[in-house]
Each structure stands twice: as C-alpha cells, then as structure tokens.
Design a protein around this ligand. Structure first.
Ligand SMILES: *Cc1c(COP(=O)(O)O)cnc(C)c1O
Length: 402
C-alpha cells in the first residue's frame, strides 16, 4: 500500500501543512532513514528497559545531560518529570500518585510561563503555584520575574520550578537556576517546540536545567507520538521506573543501572507514566531522527527555507488585499516565516476567513493562525516538501479570489 492509498482507504484527505510541526496535523514527516529504522526495529524482541538505557546514552551524548528517556510526547515527559520531582526514589509516593496531598507537591510556575501545556504538569497530581506578574505582555509595565519573588514563594511544600522556554525568556533561565539549585529544587524546562536552533538541544542543560522536555514529533522529525526527557540521572531514573511496564517478578527483576535498585525500598508497581509507554519502534525511530537532527546545519537549512518562501512570495505578488513580509530566522528566533498580511476591507475576507477557505479546498492547505487576530497568516515550510510550494501559492491565490 503506498502513502496515498493508506489514508484514501480510510476516507481521510491528504493535507498540505504549511503551519509548522503541529500535532493536530500529524507533526513532522519522517525521513526514509527513520522509517526504515522503525521498520527494522519492529521485527525483533528486546527488553524495553535496556533499550531505554541505550536511548539514555544517545540523549546524553547529544544534549550534554547526564541521562535521558523516550516517552510518548513532550507533554508526557512533563507529567513524569513532575512525578519524579515529587517522588524521587520513594516507591510509596510513586504508588500514591496522582494523589499527592500527603507529601510535598507544589510546583512554582511564573504567570508568564502558563501555557495550555501546564495541564501536563498538574496531571501528575502536583499543584501549580503561580508566581510573578505579567507586566510586559499586558503592557502594564517593564518588570519581569525577579529572584526574590522565587525565593519568597519557596516553602517546604515546593518540589520543582516549571519553566516554559521561548526565545524571549531563555535569558532568565540562569537566574532561576541560581535560586533553585541551592534549595535542591529541580528546574523543569518545557522546550517542546524550541528546536531549531539545534544549539537548543544543549542550551538548557548548559544553563543548569535539571529536566528538559523536547517533542520527538516536531522539528526532531521522529515519530509523532514521541518525546524526550533529558536531565539529571537520578530524576530520569525515577521518571523511567514510573513509565516502564512493571509486571515483573521481584526476584528476577534486573533493571538497568539508570534505575537505582539499591535505593528503592521495593519493586514499584505500574506507575503514573505507564500510559505513556513507547514501543521499540518509537524509541529507535526518535533516536535515529535525533542523530540526523543533531547533524543538520541550521544556517543552510534556514537558507533553503528562505529561498522557498521567497519563491512563494514572488508568486503572490500583486494580489489585491494582501502584502507579504519575509522574516528570517534571526527575527523569529526559530525558522524563517512568510507573513501574509491581509487587509480585510480590500481582500473582502479577513485572516481567519481566508484560512477557513484554504482549509476547505480540495487539497486543504493549513497556514499558521497564530497571528490571525492581527490580520496575519504565517507560511511555515518546516513540514511540506518543496514540491508542495506551488500548490500553497496557488491555493492562496484561489482562496483570495473566493
Ligand atoms: C507541542 C508542545 C508540547 C507538547 O508536545 P507533544 O510532544 O505533542 O506532547 C508541550 N509544550 C509546548 C510549548 C509545545 O509547543
């Protein structure tokens, strides 16, 4: 069955995703080398714990962390990161989760870092404690999070600090680490979508973060249902043992070194993360993709994306009601984007209306709606192959015509 038939047989339409590596559109597309590695992995039996140990070595080498594990997405990685921060090696606490009322279970989170994905942290049973103000984003003032605000918020009930990274707030991370480290509070970084640049694979760990979550199915180009948690060896071990299948005979259980059997009071049961399991195919797939991604040249890749965006821009010249603006990676902090700025009066359709028309075309086209309220649709070419570019431009032209 070829790639067109597999979805057609299910009555599901093929789409062009020029909106970024969005999960709801299936994330990134895997390179043939990654597909082949997954297919090969699917035909042999292995011990998943041993395979996760191998994954840990690869993730450690590439991120600079002490250890790492593969989970079913960055959101799952955040949930087990929160769990590990609460339990450490205490199997009684592991058994209690997500009911954490009986022990320290508070995670500090700056109000400016509150994303919809914060739910992944609280799903562990942890309670999020909001700190700081949002003066900059609301336009109310100039001040951001300050060290004393974190110090004041730390209590015996605090188990971790949650940091949702973006290009604007990354410079705050060393300050956060400087406050949290002396208190033995793990700093958990949500870096799910902070790749590229490739240098961010190491940046958060270098800044002192204890646990960093990356999406495997976004820019890394691995299977959609994978994520990576990289970080401190003890915390990764405590997270791993809460994700692994634990239907084991205690007498014959021989976990990998990553799991500190001597410190565990007994053999834990299936943990909070058991539902975030990944198969051998996903682990091998994301490791293969990670090796490829770590070897890419950001500058060359961005130059290719910019060149493609420039050609799309040229095809859209002279259309009534829209003008274009090309933003290089240096301006977006990530990859180059083409902004389609829509003058709703002239175009007789606003940005969301245009997006709706694009999505209802015979071959639906998705552009990013992130700035639609400001009248802007964003073309992001991380996912579609160059062969799709002409169709993207043509669809915009047709959608504008009604
Ligand atoms: C995509 C995303 C996630 C979730 O990643 P998955 O791999 O889909 O679970 C978490 N946080 C942020 C900021 C994201 O963009």
């Amino acid at each position: 069955m070829d790639k067109d038939d597999v979805y057609a047989a299910l009555g599901v339409r093929r789409r062009i995703n020029a909106a970024g590596t969005l999960t709801r559109l299936g994330g990134s597309l895997m390179a043939p080398e990654v597909v082949a590695a997954m297919a090969a992995a699917a035909t042999q039996s292995v011990d998943i714990a041993e395979l996760q140990s191998a994954a840990s070595r690869t993730i450690a080498r590439i991120t600079g962390a002490e250890a790492g594990l593969v989970t079913s997405g960055a959101a799952a990685a955040l949930t087990i990161a929160a769990a590990a921060s609460m339990t450490r090696w205490d199997i009684g606490k592991m058994a209690a989760l997500p009911h954490a009322e009986g022990f320290a279970h508070e995670i500090l989170i700056p109000r400016t870092h509150r994303t919809g994905y914060a739910h992944a942290l609280s799903a562990s049973g942890a309670r999020l404690v909001d700190i700081g103000h949002n003066d900059r984003a609301t336009g109310a003032g100039v001040r951001g999070l300050e060290a004393w605000e974190i110090e004041t918020a730390i209590t015996p009930g605090t188990v971790a600090f949650a940091f949702s990274a973006n290009p604007e707030n990354i410079p705050d991370l060393p300050m956060v680490v400087a406050v949290c480290k002396p208190c033995d509070l793990p700093v958990i970084v949500d870096a799910a979508a902070q790749l590229p640049p490739r240098s961010n694979l190491r940046r958060f760990i270098e800044s002192g973060a204890d646990l960093v979550a990356f999406s495997g199915g976004k820019a890394i180009g691995g299977p959609q249902a994978t994520g990576i948690l990289a970080g401190r060896r003890d915390l990764i071990g405590a997270a791993l043992v809460q994700q692994l299948d634990m239907d084991v005979a205690p007498a014959s259980w021989s976990p990998p070194d990553l799991i500190d059997r001597a410190t565990l009071k007994g053999v834990p049961h299936h943990g909070l993360g058991r539902g975030f399991k990944v198969g051998k195919e996903e682990i091998v797939g994301v490791l293969t993709a990670l090796e490829r991604f770590a070897a890419t040249d950001d500058v060359a890749a961005n130059a290719r994306l910019e060149e493609r965006l420039r050609r799309i821009e040229a095809r859209l010249g002279g259309l009534p009601g829209i003008h274009t603006r090309l933003l290089p990676a240096s301006e977006t902090g990530r990859v180059p984007h083409l902004h389609l700025v829509i003058d709703a009066a002239l175009a007789r359709v606003d940005a969301i209306g245009l997006s709706k028309r694009l999505q209802s075309a015979d071959v639906p086209v998705h552009l990013s709606e992130r700035l639609a309220q400001r009248g802007i649709l964003i073309v992001d070419l991380q996912v579609p192959p160059p062969e799709a570019d002409a169709a993207i431009a043509e669809s915009v032209r047709r959608a504008l015509a009604g």
